[in-house]
Design a protein around this ligand. Structure first.
Ligand code: MRU
Length: 387
């Protein structure tokens, strides 16, 4: 039974269809003419490429909860713009109290990606009682733009460091395509530009190093099949979508040289929370002695946590994401129920890969061991007196 959802999906914001999908390499920007933030509505990709406007704090929050935007760095940047919109639209009596409320509302929108809290807290810290509301709004806008630019720089640096890994393998393989497996979408769509896990892939492709990417479909929301496949396709990077359970088999048969995934939150000890299913790929990679790298900006490191399995909050989402799938039929987006009616489902959004299974972290400052020592070597300013 086909349940028609179609193009009538509730559209909360102003909307237009973008005909040139890769015209703007950035995934979020401020439209000064319309006085709103614009982004791609990722719920419709790869079937339709829609640009959606975010005009208020509540719309920024909804964009994050409904996964119009997703991916840890992009969630952070969206939240920073949300703080600006809250200040710009302030008509109340107590600015700092209401901005604190705005910050809390944004922080509660998704629990696992630490970039969200990082961006909101950093944004909040630029507010000062010495300044007028308008000045504070200006400072928040500047902060959001700065965070956006910083994330772009981080992605570029991650790309350069990760590229060296790909080059080494390519030399060993005498120019045969380097086979890279990735999970979920830690691509351009999860960041502002280039992505994290995909940044080395984009740069390798640009440098004409032959690569091929195995893309885990990433149930239940299929970020791999829908988003990673779309963006790699747009960039002309050879790739193949595989069902989530396929990676282990490919690894046993020498068909994977390297795994690169992203991270939503990495603890100071190097445990990595990422999209559900990442842990199983890390286990299979370890069993087959295949290097398993995590690409992440430092904005995804939680400097206050140590043990990922017990300390990182794992988001549980609506069971409908498991029981219902979306697809294109007759040029319309439809929903399909996949399991018996009334069957219970569980939908854990993320899992934690322990540091011992991670070969290394590819950060904006270089590649390090996934350990407290390794991380602090790259980020010595985070050392405490105990280190
Ligand atoms: O639920 P999502 O789609 O927001 O999850 C995204 C991921 O798990 C990504 O791998 C992670 O955010 C890293 S993005 C550079």
């Amino acid at each position: 039974m086909v349940l028609i959802r179609s193009i009538l999906l509730i559209l909360i914001f102003e909307l237009e269809i973008n005909s040139s999908s890769m015209g703007n390499p950035q995934t979020i920007w401020y439209n000064a003419e319309k006085k709103l933030v614009e982004t791609m509505d990722q719920r419709y990709l790869p079937f339709q490429n829609r640009i959606v406007g975010i005009a208020t704090l509540d719309e920024a929050r909804t964009a994050i909860t409904d996964m119009i935007v997703r991916g840890a760095p992009l969630i952070g940047v969206t939240a920073a713009y949300g703080m600006y919109l809250a200040a710009r639209d302030f008509y109340g009596t107590n600015f700092s109290v209401e901005m604190k409320e705005a910050a809390d509302r944004l922080k509660s929108s998704r629990p696992t990606a630490v970039n969200l809290a990082f961006a909101v807290d950093e944004a909040f810290s630029v507010i000062s009682e010495e300044h007028s509301v308008a000045e504070n709004a200006g400072r928040l806008f500047e902060y959001a733009e700065m965070l956006k630019d910083r994330e772009i720089d981080f992605s570029k640096n991650i790309g350069h460091f990760g590229l060296e890994l790909i080059k080494e393998i390519s030399i060993k393989k005498n120019g045969e395509p380097v086979q890279i497996l990735t999970h979920c979408n830690a691509g351009r769509l999860a960041t502002v530009e280039l992505g994290t896990a995909t940044a080395p892939m984009y740069l390798a492709h640009e440098a004409k190093i032959p690569i091929h990417v195995w893309v885990d479909e990433t149930r239940p929301r299929n970020q791999g099949a829908r988003l990673t496949a779309w963006e790699l396709g747009e960039a002309g990077i050879p790739h193949t979508v595989i069902p989530d359970n396929t990676g282990g088999h490919l690894m046993q048969h020498g068909m994977v040289d390297l795994v690169i995934v992203g991270s939503d939150r990495t603890t100071l000890n190097g445990d990595v929370a990422n999209k559900i299913g990442t842990y199983l790929k890390a286990l299979a990679a370890a069993d087959n002695r295949i290097p398993f790298y995590v690409a992440l900006p430092s904005t995804s490191i939680d400097w206050d946590l140590n043990d990922g399995v017990t300390e990182i909050p794992i988001e549980q989402r609506d069971g409908r994401e498991v029981s219902v799938m979306e697809g294109l039929h007759d040029n319309q987006i439809h929903e399909f129920r996949m399991i018996p009616e009334k069957t219970r489902v569980a939908n854990y959004g993320f899992d934690v890969t322990p540091a011992r299974l991670v070969t290394g972290l590819i950060t904006e400052r270089g590649i390090c061991k996934s350990s407290r020592e390794g991380i602090l070597k790259l980020f010595p300013e985070k050392k405490t007196i105990d280190d």
